[in-house]
Design a protein. Sequence first.
Length: 326
Amino acid sequence: MKDVLLFAILGTGAGAVYAMIALGIVLIQKGTGAVNFAQGAIAGACAIYFGVSTGNNGTPLVQAALTAIVTAGLGGLLFYVLVMRPLRNAPLLARIVTTLGLMLAVQGLASQVWKVPTVIAPAIFPTDSIDVFGINFGADRLYLLGTAILLTVVLWAVYRFTRFGMATRAVAENEQGAALLGYSPDVIGAANWMLGSMLAALAGVLFAPITALNISTLSLLVVPALAAALVGRLPALRAHDVRRGDDRRRPVDPDPFRDSAGHQRCAALPADRPGHDRVGSPHPGPRHTGGLTPPARACRHTSRTPAGADRDHPRDRPADPREHLS
């Protein structure tokens, strides 16, 4: 039992890293609708850079960490502007394949630049040993867990109570509707891509001291991170959505009472009050209904207005079927 608890506590470090990568996946998905499969590769590249720069080059920890995080954020912003933004209206499958291409590109670049580094990144958090019920483990695991919880709470508050969070939720529901309210889907998408990439970089920097710096292995961090994101309400990908694309780009209906051809849609009109017609003027109503006008059902017109006719003129306006129910 003691061994089970020990490995569970040691696993909190890796679990915290998975949670931070999953946070970035959720932010990018909410902002642009695409699932970024390159999150693990971004985290791995930043972890290798942090380990090499601090272990071999003697770069201060804070400077190396900030450089990795800022570079990842700028790279995510540039990738969205140059690649993902032109693919806004592409099927979801095309955007997913694009993120897979980004993952392979980051893997290849990291392999060419750093090969397979053998350095071990210095610890960021204190590594003092803690004894709990006879179980000894490093304090850095608790710091990693606390960092993941803090980031989760802060991001939840930002996306729940701020205008930026409200705009992101609006874009997640309907991009055109958000645009009508004055929110730019491009700005929201770029900001979320930048934040998601920075979260991946932060996860890689924090994970570097407790793992082997291998880009092929670190790229697979996206797999448990996706599982964590699904637990955190990331919408499941269905085959129909992958082929068609998400529903956030569905057009906003300017006139709910007419279709795209100008025909009146079917609508059930409620029964009128006794003694009143449909516009509120006194009306005795039929005797057999006890003064109640029966419900009217207006069906879609199949007739079209002739070319050159004036729809506003009573002579050329399509007949309203409710007029024959009076």
